[in-house]
Design a protein around this ligand. Sequence first.
Ligand code: HXC
Length: 509
Amino acid sequence: MTNEQITSFEQINTAAELGGGEKAIAKQKNAGKLTARERIKRLLDPDTFVEIDKLVIHKCTNFNMDAQHIPGDGIVSGYGKINDRLVYVYAYDFTVYGGSLSRTNASKIVKVQRLAVKNGAPIIALNDSGGARIQEGVMALSGYSDIFYNNIKASGVVPQISAILGPCAGGACYSPALTDFIFMVKKKSHMFITGPDVVKSVTHEEVSKEELGGADTHAGKSGVTHFVGDTEDEVLEMIRELLTFLPSNNMEDVPLASTNDSIHRECPEIANLIPSDPNIPYDMKTVIWEVVDDHYFFEVMSSFAQNILIGFARMNGQTVGIIANQPAYLAGVLDIDASDKAARFIRFCDCFDIPLITFEDVPGFLPGCEQEHNGIIRHGAKIVYAYVEATVPKITLITRKAYGGAYIVMSSKESGSDVNLAYPSAEIAVMGAAGAVNILYRSASKEEKAKALKEYNDTFSNPYRAAENGYIDEIILPKDTRFKLIQALEMTQNKVENNPHKKHGNMPL
Ligand code: HXC
């Protein structure tokens, strides 16, 4: 090899690594954002990134575009490692035509999407883009179609993660929406189908882009995003952590994590955490923290539909998906958002063979016109659909209330749960005692009502009727919760259950 060849190799690579050039990089920095390459470097284990298609150029000739070729175009893509496990990654380079999607960029993305599926590894997209490259017209639109197609084909095969690290407008939102988890950065990320200007001209609403599609909006109101970080670095670190809970693909197990937390550790605090008066709230997270390995719960969608909790934890080193009613928020009632949040998480865990543990304390579905008119019937049905469809180990613990339809949908025995446990304080009934007596004894005297209340409490405000009928497998003391749940997980670890053969079910959407 000649020195000239080596020099030109180095020059070509250096030019490609500059993306849109020094000026555009300076603009990116001034906006408080990292460059695409810096992001990938910080996301991956040191020195593991292998770039693919670094020298590919766009093919557009419209609007004098053939005079401007930037090696690699607007995507940096390839593979590397996170915690020593293979991942695929692509990052939009905002310094090249605002990270807009050209046909070339789309083909680069599709190449890594296909590699990820073929080789069974997660794929991570770092988004920062002005949407379809305007100069390319339908060629850019076809690129999005290709990406969405591959997102959908990869769904349930490998974990797909999207970080929104800048603008994400128009159809560009749909690739992240088709992935399993979305991360956003406070004040830096924005996602919307149409921006504030279009909103104003169509609906006459005046709204800032932060209010319309900032991180807080999507974390708390729309439920579009699953995680929010204060900085890009924090988001990248959270992605690394999320992956520790996940398998690389749907055929592999999650690697066991090491823990010094004994499986026999008692949880005496739980008895004090749950008030005996069913009308007094408590924070279900404090119960979860008591039970799981090292008291660590990695919560997902912590700001959305806070009446239900979802997230990952470990039990004896094994990843579990946790779904829990949250009595500290709206008394843990089930509503439309809580149903959507739980159902999607249950389905994610089932795709990737992650056992489900349900902590239940639920007074029922939220009544009212707003809920009924927006389809609580349709949305609430998603939870029971997702639980029944899931063939992973399913373990339910009733800590206090399990009333009415909510008892049924929150992974009851009859809806296919494998192990159903309850504390002695559990109340399994059609509704709470006061409500039931008011219906059955509307015109009775005060004394008769008090008598009926006592009879109702003696009959239903406990788990014993359910246990007598085998709907609860075992009534346990709170202090034994950790060990009992680990025993249930061990008992079900080789579970085999197949749904009837079908193309796919018809989940209420
Ligand atoms: C080509 C684009 C571009 C685009 C930005 N640029 N968006 N080039 N196609 N879509 C270029 C700009 O011309 C500019 O080039 C450079 O990128 C940086 O953009 P700025 O506007 O200077 O940056 P900033 O002020 O930070 O604003 C970023 C922005 C804005 C909010 C993203 O650029 C913008 O609104 N872009 C258009 C967004 C949009 O409507 N996209 C189409 C969505 S519809 P120079 O040379 O000046 O540096 C869509 C259809 C997909 O995507 C459908 C799929 C189903």
